[in-house]
Design a protein around this ligand. Structure first.
Ligand code: ADE
Ligand code: ZN
Length: 326
């Protein structure tokens, strides 16, 4: 309880959060009703019971189904505003938010509807909570690079509101190398670059994200620890890893929270951070992630402070803004 209070009081940044993964079952039901969409659940308890995953793909199937209730600009606003209010309550002062436009445009929802609702909520959080944010557009790696390129083209009118691109969805079989050209284009457009790597995929995918995509951060990165030379390189480059403890537990990336690699990462000098990934699906927002992993690994107050500091160091903020948070 003492530790939880200490964590709650730490100012922090969240750097790995899929906005569609913050859709709580209550809002899913409300939007289904509002939009006249059938969902395969009778009660909130049915929904929660369906959230038992044995790997990433199990989760992704339910996640893409869940986002089907999102139809209007107001729906995307309500989703994003609910996350930002919840993050603010957890002491999050800066949030870098992923969205999956291809999960929506493939259902006939216009890109403008998605980004219009999300950015309106981001602007309101800046005004209401003094909370800053960045928006990162992810490409779905199970789709083709040509489809990612078309998504980048669709985003062109919105690039003043998009800070970076990312790579998510089914990792194994879809290595970073598949997206080399679209990431090079995104870089030429001045965007920041991140990629999920080493969540289920091998250390080689982390190497590819660094060497072939030129990413500024690695999302997850757990399996980097299998490669000693890679660990040394990540530490030397102060490469931020956006680690997600409850996600790792729910997707069976770790068997038990006491087996989580976070402490090993800190001991190796890696710039590791704690994040919630898809909080409504994995059972907790950012403070719950800090608490679960700190309890399991018996992290010290110094280590918790380091994790919170790392979140600002790894953020896409300018040096003045970082200095204000540190
Ligand atoms: N999409 C949403 N959450 C994800 C995760 N943890 N890994 C890959 N793709 C995702
Ligand atoms: Zn993720």
């Amino acid at each position: 309880a003492d530790r939880a209070a200490f964590i709650a009081a730490l100012p922090k940044a969240e750097l790995h959060l899929h906005i569609e993964g913050s859709l709580e079952p209550e809002l899913m039901f409300e939007l289904a009703r509002r939009n006249g969409i059938a969902i395969p659940f009778a009660t909130i308890d049915d929904v929660r019971a369906a959230y038992a995953f044995s790997n990433l793909q199990d989760f992704l199937d339910i996640y893409y189904q869940g986002m089907g209730v999102l139809q209007t600009e107001q729906d995307f606003y309500d989703l994003t505003a609910a996350y930002l209010a919840r993050a603010h309550a957890d002491g999050v002062r800066h949030a870098e938010i992923f969205f999956d436009p291809q999960g929506h445009t493939a259902r006939g929802i216009p890109f403008a509807t998605v980004i219009g609702g999300i950015t309106r909520a981001l602007d309101d959080a800046q005004a209401q909570y003094d909370m800053s944010s960045r928006l990162i557009m992810c490409f779905l790696r199970h789709l083709s690079e040509a489809e990612a390129e078309a998504t980048l083209d669709e985003a062109r009118p919105w690039l003043d509101r998009i800070d970076g691109v990312g790579l998510d969805s089914s990792e194994v079989g879809h290595p970073p190398a598949k997206f080399q050209r679209v990431f090079a284009r995104a870089r030429d457009l001045g965007l920041r670059l991140v990629a999920h790597a080493g969540e289920e995929g091998p250390p080689e995918y982390v190497h590819e994200a660094l060497d072939l995509l030129g990413v500024d951060r690695i999302d997850h990165g757990n399996r980097s620890l299998e490669d000693e030379a890679l660990v040394a390189r990540l530490a030397d480059d102060a490469m931020c890893l956006t680690v997600c403890p409850l996600s790792n537990l729910k997707l069976c990336v770790v068997d038990d929270m006491t087996a989580h690699p976070l402490k090993t990462m800190l001991d190796a000098g890696l710039l590791a951070t704690v994040n919630s990934d898809d909080p409504s699906y994995f059972g907790g927002y950012v403070n719950a992630n800090y608490t679960a992993v700190a309890d399991a690994l018996d992290l010290s107050r110094d280590e918790l402070v380091t994790l919170a500091r790392n979140s600002f160091l790894g953020a896409f903020l300018d040096d003045d803004a970082k200095a204000r948070h540190l």
